[in-house]
Ligand binder design. Structure first.
Ligand code: IMP
Length: 428
């Protein structure tokens, strides 16, 4: 079918933005299908750096970009991001951006709730504080305000009342002030003319696009281990992040996902709280964080760093139906004399070749490592296998073997063209 779905195979921040930007060259339409502005996608194009959170990365290449129904949309943030990218020379018009009319909105009360809960919680999730979880709760609770509702002021008023009947007691319980319904109605009314020009039945546009032979690139956010079902629950985000969600979150149907490309970092990182079996608390962890510039795009928080966990990624390959991976940030391992790869876990006298579902077990696992010799040469900027030291090639081969998926690409710097291409996912 010629479509490609890009997903993060670990805990997010695998470098999806660069790969999506690179692949959008070959696509006609780029679609976000889950998450919201909790995502942070950094695109480096020459001397320009674009930081996107909600807009599909396709906008940078001028490709038709769709925010699908599976995304939760903060309309204030969307307008800010459009203005920010506009100031960098990219004019986002309704010809370039389509917003699903049935996507649920993130409102200021969702952000309030997210932040107040995190503040009050003993066991914090470490959310981005952007209201993602509460917005999905309201969507599933059938009381969300959706993009299309902005067109009907009367219906909007009734919906706000219904929403506040739910949020009032929650706010009081957390010591938050009463929410100003009239103020929200007025703000949404003022915002509507700026948002509605982008609103369309995105499913229909995608259906027509595919029927006329267009190629769709689905851009996942976060990573498989943050999936609300399959991740390290409850330390997860509130959406399904796995490739299967590309269908439900866009309305294109399950055959539309095409080639599933898992983005895999050559080591492991995570932001926020939760289990992380291969986390390093030593100089090597520090080194990976510093050299890899591991700071969150959205929150600026330092990311936790650790060795590559082949068990997690193998699980991810299965959960997402990954056809091939793009291995990123191999160059960050340059100069480390010995590399470790986690190949299993120990828990008491048991061993596991997968991540057990329980939080207690996940938190108590000890990794079983295999060691490999590192390389001293630089791999940064390599564009072909022959540019890589033998031990770096061995590392990639061992990763492929352990996770059960081939490398379709190896990314060797944030720059668009510093990529070793093995197999073009769009040609598959
Ligand atoms: P939320 O998505 O803001 O509710 O945060 C829930 C968890 O997902 C936290 O651990 C966040 O750090 C993590 N998270 C959310 N978005 C991203 C992302 O784009 N990259 C990495 N972690 C993320």
């Amino acid at each position: 079918m010629g479509n490609v779905t890009v997903i993060g195979a670990q805990w997010g921040d695998e470098g999806k933005g660069k790969l999506v930007d690179w692949l959008s060259n070959r696509a006609d339409v780029v679609v976000r299908f889950q998450g919201g502005h909790n995502a942070g996608h950094t695109l480096v194009v020459g001397d320009q750096v674009y930081k996107l959170s909600l807009l599909p990365s396709g906008v940078v290449q001028g490709k038709l970009s769709v925010i699908g129904n599976g995304v939760v949309v903060d309309p204030w943030h969307l307008l800010e991001e459009i203005a920010k990218i506009g100031a960098q020379g990219i004019n986002i018009t309704p010809d370039l951006l389509v917003l699903a009319d049935n996507a649920a909105l993130i409102l200021p009360l969702h952000r309030d709730l997210d932040q107040a809960r995190e503040k009050a919680a003993v066991n914090k999730i470490g959310t981005t504080g952007r209201g993602i979880g509460p917005a999905y709760e309201d969507k599933v609770g059938r009381r969300a305000i959706r993009v299309g509702d902005l067109a009907d002021r009367e219906a909007l008023e009734a919906k706000i009342d219904r929403l506040l009947a739910h949020h009032g007691p929650l706010r009081r319980g957390l010591g938050l002030p009463e929410f100003d319904a009239a103020g929200l109605l007025a703000e949404l009314g003022a915002m509507a003319p700026k948002i509605l020009p982008f609103a369309r039945p995105a499913w229909r546009l995608l259906d027509q696009a595919v029927k006329s032979g267009k190629r769709v690139l689905f851009e996942g956010a976060q990573g498989a281990l943050l999936d609300v079902d399959h991740g390290t629950y409850p330390y997860v985000t509130s959406s399904n992040t796995v490739a299967g969600q590309a269908a439900a979150g866009s309305g294109l149907g399950p055959k539309g996902a095409g080639f599933v490309l898992g983005i895999v970092k050559a080591y492991t990182t995570r932001v926020g709280e939760g289990p992380f079996p291969t986390e390093l608390f030593d100089d090597i962890g520090q080194h990976l964080g510093t050299v890899g510039r591991e700071f969150g795009v959205v929150t600026g928080r330092p990311r936790r760093c650790g060795w590559f966990d082949a068990v997690l990624v193998r699980q991810s390959v299965a959960l997402n139906g990954i056809d091939g991976i793009a291995l990123t940030k191999l160059d960050i391992l340059d100069g480390l004399p010995t590399l470790k790869i986690c190949v299993g876990y120990r828990l008491g006298d048991q061993t596991f070749d997968y991540l057990p579902a329980g939080l207690k077990a996940q938190s108590a696992l000890t990794p079983i490592y295999e060691e490999m010799e590192g390389w001293s040469e630089s791999t940064a900027g390599a564009t072909s296998w022959k540019d890589l030291p033998a031990n770096a090639v061995k590392y990639v081969r061992r990763v492929e073997e352990l996770i059960g998926a081939p490398a379709a690409m190896v990314s060797t710097s944030p720059q668009r063209d510093d990529t070793i291409m093995v197999r073009d996912p769009f040609q598959d």
